[in-house]
Design a protein around this ligand. Structure first.
Ligand SMILES: Nc1nc2c(c(=O)[nH]1)N[C@H]1C(S)=C(S)[C@@H](COP(=O)(O)O)O[C@H]1N2
Ligand SMILES: [Mo]
Length: 533
């Protein structure tokens, strides 16, 4: 034994490590509960699990991030949090077992973990300063003290001033241990519950502010969806994606709940001769437009699910920028990049030229006729036709800075993604599904194709190595939306590969060249293998 200050116990072998593990678990639980309670008072996002998780997301190498998004999709954050908790639990058990023999080492290990949490919390981009260390520090202190005391009931050593020599001689003070551990566990559960309650109380204001929003009628409504834009083919993606089915991709471990009443948007930077700070009501008082716009994620694999089409209501961003004195580079403006920053510190950079070229770049306040859902950016987000989400669609936006591509590298660009990312032409087979077993005879093949702001001109399907055949295209809504397509196929028995490709509104054929999602979006044709019975 290295400490040399602890004597052998007379407890039956095997029991002490077990009780040690129990004290570790109780101490770990107490640490998290206290941290949660303090975080509720300080800032919920400064809690150690959220802070470490956020740091893990930001620090994860791009391939790992890609893998997580691909593997777990929208559940990637839940998986990450569960992973962190699992690591903490294992750590707590191990530290507890160590603490029976080395109380100080055990307590120190808990403090060390607290330090990790504190560093992560103060280093987050949305950190408000040193106070963000408080939850981790308080939790670690509580956990360390508790572990020290609990281990004291189990050790016969004398490495702490709290040891009673009577206990030391008689071995484990089991009664005291059980009472202490049970009391601590109950108190921790109480503290944790109180913390949760306080946190939810904080978000109640935001929820109430959203419930109170009444979206004014838009001055310019979306043109009604043409009758022929919706195909009646089972299995094809609906033309408008219901909000609850709309994909979600972001780095927020906890969805920010912003109070629209206190929300402000600042517009400033290079060439902004009239900087402004706007409230949510300021935006609602402006002329609102409503548009159907298909949003796609650069992380979408060929054939992947990260695309959705919604009816967005919002303010024309170009108009607002022009009022602030902003001119696009082609008209001599000094800023070629607009960096949008969200309340959680995310930054996204968009090309000013495209934002002001006449397309319907929006500061959106509504989605499918409702105020934005929290997960999709309430109260305000950007939506820009033709640009991938990571270079345009800032959710929970609070700051717009005009700058240059040379001067400012936003979040994803620092992580190997391209500075500029127009959407690549894509087409997807929605039905039949991969490895489906349709009956031979007529099988309806259908899906969607998108090339936002260029439009879709043609979609073709090929069976195995056969000829390309034109699919029936649903009517075009606008060139900023995807288009459904379908084609009947006389399926014969056996295994077949179906391949789709699209041609965009400029006449350019979707490239067959397969690329990965990094750095500027996947390309290649989508294929599905089916086995016809
Ligand atoms: N604040 C913030 N905004 C963000 C992101 C983010 O991580 N944080 N992700 C972007 C990405 S990569 C995409 S594809 C879109 C997705 O928007 P959705 O989740 O509403 O579908 O949001 C963009 N806006
Ligand atoms: Mo994305």
């Amino acid at each position: 034994m290295s400490a040399g200050s602890e004597k052998q116990t007379r407890t039956p072998r095997g029991e002490r490590p077990l009780l040690g593990a129990v004290s570790g678990a109780v101490a770990g639980f107490a640490a998290l509960a206290v941290a949660e309670l303090v975080a509720a008072a300080v800032r919920p996002q400064a809690g150690p699990v959220v802070a470490v998780g956020g740091a893990a997301i930001d620090g994860a190498p791009t391939p790992v991030k890609e893998w997580a998004v691909r593997r777990f999709g929208t559940d990637d954050k839940l998986v990450l949090q569960l992973g962190i908790l699992a690591v903490l639990a294992l750590f707590a058990l191990a530290v507890g077992m160590v603490a029976v023999r080395h109380r100080r080492a055990g307590a120190a290990a808990v403090l060390l973990f607290g330090a990790v949490g504190a560093v992560a919390a103060t280093g987050r981009p949305d950190s408000t300063g040193a106070v963000d260390a408080l939850p981790s520090v308080a939790g670690a202190l509580a956990g360390a003290v508790l572990l020290y005391v609990l281990a004291g009931c189990l050790t016969t050593g004398d490495d702490g001033p709290g040891d009673s020599s009577a206990t030391a001689r008689s071995g484990v003070d089991r009664r005291r241990f059980v009472v202490l551990a049970a009391t601590a566990a109950v108190a921790s559960a109480g503290a944790g519950a109180l913390g949760r309650w306080l946190t939810s109380a904080r978000t109640r204001g935001a929820i109430a502010s959203r419930d109170a929003v009444v979206l004014p009628a838009p001055a310019s409504a979306a043109k009604p969806v043409p009758k022929g834009a919706r195909l009646r083919v089972p299995g094809v993606s609906p033309f408008l994606t219901p909000v609850e089915d709309f994909y979600r991709v972001d780095t927020a471990l906890v969805v920010p709940k912003v109070d629209a009443g206190t929300w402000r948007l600042r517009i400033h930077g290079k060439g902004v001769s009239r900087p402004v700070t706007l409230s949510f009501d300021d935006l609602l008082r402006r002329e609102l437009i409503e548009r159907h716009i298909t949003l796609t994620c650069v992380s979408n694999e060929v054939g992947g699910p990260y695309a959705g089409n919604a009816r967005w209501t919002g303010v024309r961003l170009a108009e607002l920028l022009a009022e602030c004195g902003v001119a696009p580079p082609s008209k001599g403006g000094p800023a070629d990049q607009l960096v949008a920053r969200s309340v959680d510190g995310m930054t996204l950079g968009s090309p000013v030229e495209e934002l002001m070229d006449g397309r319907d770049a929006l500061l959106a306040v509504g989605m499918n006729g409702e105020p934005l859902p929290f997960r999709h950016g309430f109260p305000v987000r950007m939506v820009v036709p033709g640009l991938y989400g990571y270079v345009s669609a800032c959710k929970w936006i609070e700051d717009i800075e005009l700058t240059t591509f040379d001067d400012d590298e936003p979040y994803w660009v620092q992580r190997h993604w391209a500075r500029r990312a127009p959407i690549k032409t894509q087409s997807r087979i929605d039905t039949p599904k991969p490895f489906a077993r349709p009956r031979s005879g007529t099988v309806m093949v259908a899906g969607v194709a998108w090339a936002q702001h260029r439009g879709i001109h043609r979609v073709e399907l090929r069976i195995d190595d056969g000829p390309w055949r034109n699919a029936d295209l649903a009517a075009e809504d606008t060139r900023d939306t995807w288009r459904q397509w379908s084609i009947p196929w006389q399926a014969t028995r056996g295994s077949h590969t179906l391949t789709v490709r699209a041609t965009d509104g400029t006449g350019e054929l979707q490239t067959s060249q397969r690329t990965r999602t990094v750095p500027d979006g996947a390309s290649g044709w989508h294929s599905v293998v089916v086995n016809v019975d």
